[in-house]
Design a protein around this ligand. Structure first.
Ligand SMILES: Nc1ncnc2c1ncn2[C@@H]1O[C@H](COP(=O)(O)OP(=O)(O)OP(=O)(O)O)[C@@H](O)[C@H]1O
Ligand SMILES: [Mg+2]
Length: 277
């Protein structure tokens, strides 16, 4: 697999590509975000930030709220309390007359263009060939021309090492190949941040390395911000600038991977790592 080509460059002539945040500025901000399901508080007044260009990994036990965080960012869920900002703008709120009110559909859709997500189950469009899986949203959501979208899709397929498969249907590909298409599809929307939720956990073991190689390549050769949930601790160690350890809806410890993996301060982090490493 060849995943070592240069990433497609940003172009300024495309409509609706969201404005980029300068490296190092705050891209994601959770302020006192609480999320409950029934009587169960899953996120408990959660604060955290991710700076532009950084690769942040969320670790923590099953049920600690990691997927919930990503689903809130995708606006598949809304917070019960608190606010989320992306690139300085509220995601599910709008400022009107000096007050914060729930955002309208149009506002949320605009902010959400900054975010792309890859799921555990690839969720490709089964009735579309690989190339069209990647061009569909840029053409219909961003208003790109079909030619420009196809050119970018080809660049991205080269990046994920699948150039020779662009004319196949998803069911004609292995799980690892499908997941690499899903990664290309997310990148085609030029998101500023890529959310990755255990993207290798549904794969046969021999297919995991190929997908992680592609993600390592993207992390090392592009300036995209990544927020990643993974149980692949070696991968997390390789790509992360920061690791956040979650437990019971809060960040209980955070820091550089060398610190979290080698000298965690919290007993809960030590326990968790000894179970997964
Ligand atoms: N739509 C929902 N309705 C009710 N409860 C939910 C819903 N989504 C999540 N939960 C509950 O919220 C808690 C956190 O779930 P979440 O999926 O965020 O955990 P996670 O950290 O991603 O776990 P895992 O490592 O197993 O994927 C769990 O107790 C889960 O059962
Ligand atoms: Mg999860």
């Amino acid at each position: 697999m060849s995943a070592d080509s240069n990433p497609p460059k940003d172009r300024t002539d495309e409509p609706s590509a969201p404005a980029k945040s300068a490296a190092g500025t705050e891209l994601i901000r959770f302020d006192k975000v609480t999320k409950r399901f029934g009587g169960h508080t899953v996120l408990d007044s959660l604060d955290f930030t991710v700076s532009s260009g950084k690769h942040v990994t969320l670790i923590g036990p099953s049920g600690s709220g990691k997927t919930t965080i990503l689903r809130l960012l995708m606006t598949l869920l809304t917070p019960d309390e608190g606010t989320i900002r992306v690139g300085g703008e509220y995601l599910t709120h709008e400022e009107k007359g000096g007050k914060l009110v729930p955002a309208g559909e149009k506002h949320t859709r605009e902010i959400r263009k900054k975010i792309g997500m890859v799921f555990q189950q690839f969720n490709l469009f089964p009735n579309m060939k690989v190339l069209r899986n990647i061009t569909e949203a840029p053409v219909h959501v961003l208003g790109m021309s079909k030619d420009a979208a196809e050119e970018r899709a080809r660049d991205l397929l080269e990046l994920v090492g699948l150039t020779e498969h662009l004319d196949k249907y998803p069911t004609q590909l292995s799980g690892g190949q499908q997941q690499r298409v899903a990664i290309a599809r997310a990148l085609a929307m030029r998101p500023q941040v890529l959310l990755l939720d255990e993207v290798t956990s549904a794969l046969d073991p021999e297919l995991v390395a190929g997908v992680l190689d592609v993600l390592r390549d993207i992390a090392h050769t592009t300036d995209i911000t990544m927020l990643c949930v993974t149980h692949e601790m070696n991968f997390a160690r390789d790509i992360s600038d920061d690791v956040l350890m979650f437990d019971a809806g809060r960040v209980i410890e955070s820091g550089a991977p060398e610190k979290i993996f080698s000298e965690p301060e919290q007993e809960r982090t030590r326990e968790f790592l000894s179970a997964v490493l």
